[in-house]
Design a protein around this ligand. Structure first.
Ligand code: AMP
Length: 397
């Protein structure tokens, strides 16, 4: 079954065409700087290694990007199919929709639910709604499936997700911990348990958005992400956990709601603390001795450690620590800082392995009580598996 996965960013689109259930990738593409005159396009046919790369192309909107990809997908030389209708489903990573969870068909009600929750996930939901509507215009005959980022966290027990607020807010408005990064942790839970029976895993997805997930018996037991995407660890430009009274205090000081949201959701996080919005730049500045950059890394590492310690205690065990995401996979500094702070738990990092790892592998020393593994994020495969299972179960119903 051919399943196309599209990963939507606010100015980018990534595609992967999978033959399922073999998980074989037929082609992949990446389109960047959508909405600009200097778009970047990369397409690769993974069967014959033929590529199409372009720079500085005008990309008015998502539609221009989708059309560019479809043309190559069905091209005689570059393509892997003859007609788009050979694709049985298109799977999307989706964030949150009022009243829906899990893996669902993106019908009008689900899209409306996403619009209703624009406030909770302003950046993500706006991009997804825009892109999916354009997909529907061009490829309306193919079922479009949403794999919600909250769905992996359905298993979090109520005692770990209920906020200490009036109970009727939970009942009436559904205010409780949602957890996000579900596609990434679905993949991590699967992959991390392939080489052993690990009962207690703590996953650290560290990137533009960051979160920690306690995975007990392969299922989500807790997440650092709360109700909205503004919670948990400091993100690249979103604050993460913050006393809610800070917003009320600033309002009293005369800041408008828009200014407060701008600070917390767009100019906060690692960028707010350091002044840089790319972790590589923050590391480089810290190495040069810039105090704010050093401090931002210290706060980030300390928050990661705090979540890991509390999730360890909450689960009652700890067998494996996993790093994934752009920062988790690449920053030796963060991995080393986190592991060293956890030495009191008998966790030991092998610095040689940590410095030299390039792809998936272990970085713990042989006598470490907890294994430390780095796993390259593969959200697309997580979404492809969910989409394939959904279509299959519908066929067999
Ligand atoms: P993601 O959202 O998972 O794509 O991660 C993006 C983040 O990963 C960016 O802030 C990058 O700066 C960071 N990143 C990518 N490569 C490296 C690297 N070699 N060292 C440190 N951070 C990196």
């Amino acid at each position: 079954m051919l399943v196309l996965i599209s990963n939507v960013g606010s100015t980018s689109l990534k595609f992967k065409l999978y033959d399922m259930p073999s998980e074989h990738v037929l082609c992949d593409a990446k389109i960047e700087r959508i909405g600009s005159l200097n778009g970047i396009y990369h397409y690769k046919n993974d069967e014959n290694d033929k590529e199409h790369n372009e720079h500085d192309i005008p990309l008015k909107d998502y539609q221009s990007g989708i059309n560019l990809f479809i043309k190559d997908l069905c091209d005689k030389e570059l393509g892997v199919i003859q007609d788009v209708n050979e694709i049985e489903a298109i799977g999307f990573k989706t964030v949150i929709s009022k009243g829906f969870n899990g893996t669902v068909e993106l019908n009008e009600e689900v899209m409306k639910g996403m619009k209703d929750y624009l406030f909770i996930a302003p950046v993500h939901n706006a991009a997804y709604i825009g892109a999916i509507e354009e997909f529907k215009t061009i490829l309306g005959s193919i079922p479009m499936i949403g794999v919600f980022e909250t769905s992996f966290h359905r298993t979090i027990p109520l005692k770990n997700k209920l906020y200490p607020i009036p109970y009727e807010w939970y009942e009436k408005y559904g205010i409780a911990k949602n957890g996000y990064h579900g596609a990434s942790f679905t993949y991590i839970a699967n992959k991390a348990r392939k080489d052993g029976d690990y009962k207690y895993i703590i996953g650290c997805h560290l990137g533009g958005s960051s979160s920690i997930c306690a995975i007990k018996d392969g299922k989500s037991y807790d997440s650092s992400f709360g109700f909205s995407l503004q919670t948990g660890l400091p993100h690249m430009n979103r604050s993460g956990d913050c006393d809610p009274y800070i917003a009320l205090f600033l309002e009293n000081e005369g800041l408008s709601k828009e200014e407060i949201i701008e600070g917390l959701a767009h100019k906060g996080g690692l960028q707010g603390m350091s002044g840089y919005n790319d972790f590589r730049e923050i590391e480089a500045a810290a190495i040069k001795g810039e105090q704010r950059a050093k401090l931002a890394i210290d706060v980030f590492v300390n928050d990661i450690v705090r979540y890991i310690g509390s999730f360890y205690a909450e689960m009652g065990g700890f067998d494996k620590l996993v790093f994934t995401g752009g920062i988790g996979e690449n920053s030796k500094l963060v991995r080393s800082g986190v592991a060293k702070a956890l030495e009191c738990f008998g966790i030991k990092i092998d610095e040689n392995k940590n410095n030299n790892i390039s792809v998936d592998g272990y970085i713990s020393s042989d006598d470490s009580k907890v294994k430390i593994q780095v796993i390259a994020a593969n959200e697309e495969l997580g979404i492809a598996i969910e989409t394939y299972n959904y279509i299959n179960s519908k066929k067999n119903a």
